[in-house]
Write a protein that binds this ligand. Structure first.
Ligand code: SF4
Length: 359
């Protein structure tokens, strides 16, 4: 029988199952187990030394804690670590990234789907299509695994971490499982982390943002904008046909006022495509009251799309600033291990396909 993933279950469901199977005698035993997992990030029953050996054995026989297994990892010279995870359920793969800034503050970049159906042309995950949604337990497993990495990282003194849903997949295309995962991540009964440390990035499913904000009003959102000109945006983001830029802006303006929040606009800079004066001028409407523009120079160059050079990047940023816009730039992390979204998985999937063909 497949083991039950603990992270997938509610406290009530576990209590009933463990009592039925005579694994625990008293409910407080379950609280000890959940406390070890969610508060102390203990990821092996063997390490729960406050439980009897026979109880630990029974737990190991029936449950697993993580729904993912590390398949491979790559460490960058800047400290970024990219993990390839195999999903225990069906041996699909996703990637997650452990990022550290220059002050050793840690951010986990987490995936929400295997593949993605949004088809953004600058993203290799998009070329895979959607294979399946991650379950809530699998999303939490990524977080717990990376938290355990942080626990053993001696360069990190801050015990808090940030989470960005910017890995593989469109998070709002898997909204129920995403919210179930965030509920456990932020609920004091489980991990209990602050909502303000979580950012969800969407390629434009802005009509779904409010249903998340209703539950988690302090969560941050980033919109992957990449062009403020509708026709141009459509050429790189097929999802742009769901909402025009003016529709998106109207929805976001309303949410910014209602929830007293500010949105980040991610702008992937592609040479010869979206970094001329007209492109900058089209961004003027995204004023600093509600929006922060984060410039992301394209991570790679190929025959279709090229990364701008430093002069072009600075010139575009200066133009935006001269319009009074609030602009930041995202510097590359993990460039030497190709930690940009989806690249690793494609290589892995490709090599598996080749192996399959040979057999
Ligand atoms: S950028 Fe995000 S939404 Fe677009 S294809 Fe890639 S994973 Fe999907």
């Amino acid at each position: 029988m497949d083991k039950i993933n603990i992270l997938e279950q509610s406290r009530e469901a576990l209590l009933s199952d463990m009592q039925q199977c005579c694994i625990i005698d008293k409910p407080y035993r379950l609280d000890q187990i959940l406390q070890s997992i969610y508060k102390n990030c203990v990821l092996s029953f063997d390490d729960m030394t406050n439980l009897s050996i026979s109880m630990r054995e029974s737990l190991s026989d029936r449950y697993n804690i993580l729904g993912v297994r590390e398949e491979q990892c790559w460490t960058s010279s800047d400290g970024t670590i990219k993990f390839l995870f195999e999903l225990c359920k069906d041996r699909q793969f996703v990637e997650s990234v452990y990022l550290k800034d220059k002050n050793n503050r840690v951010t986990f970049c987490v995936s929400s789907q295997v593949g993605c159906r949004m088809g953004c042309t600058f993203c290799k995950t998009g070329r895979m299509g959607l294979i399946r949604n991650l379950t809530a337990g699998e999303i939490i497993s990524e977080v717990m695994f990376l938290w355990n990495v942080m626990k053993h990282d001696e360069s990190v003194t801050d015990k808090f971490f940030n989470i960005v849903f910017m890995g593989m997949g469109e998070p709002l295309d898997n909204i129920d499982n995403l919210c179930a995962a965030i509920d456990k991540i932020t609920n004091q009964q489980y991990i209990g982390m602050s909502q303000t440390r979580i950012t969800i990035s969407t390629c434009g499913l802005v009509d779904k943002i409010e249903s998340v904000l209703i539950k988690f009003p302090q969560i941050n959102f980033a919109l992957s904008l990449n062009s403020s000109r509708q026709e141009q945006r459509l050429t790189v983001m097929p999802a742009a046909k769901l909402h025009s830029i003016s529709e998106m802006k109207k929805i976001l303006d309303g949410l910014a006022v209602k929830y007293k929040t500010r949105f980040t606009l991610e702008y992937v800079m592609i040479a010869g495509f979206n970094i001329c004066y007209e492109d900058a001028a089209a961004l003027k409407c995204w004023t600093p009251k509600h929006y922060l523009i984060n410039l992301i120079p394209l991570n790679h160059s190929d025959e279709h799309q090229k990364r701008p050079n430093e002069h072009q990047i600075t010139k575009f940023a200066d133009m935006l600033q001269s319009f009074g816009l609030k602009v930041t730039r995202r510097y590359r992390r993990g460039a030497d291990i190709q930690a940009d979204c989806g690249q690793l998985f494609l290589e892995r999937a490709e090599s598996m396909r080749n192996n399959d063909t040979q057999v």
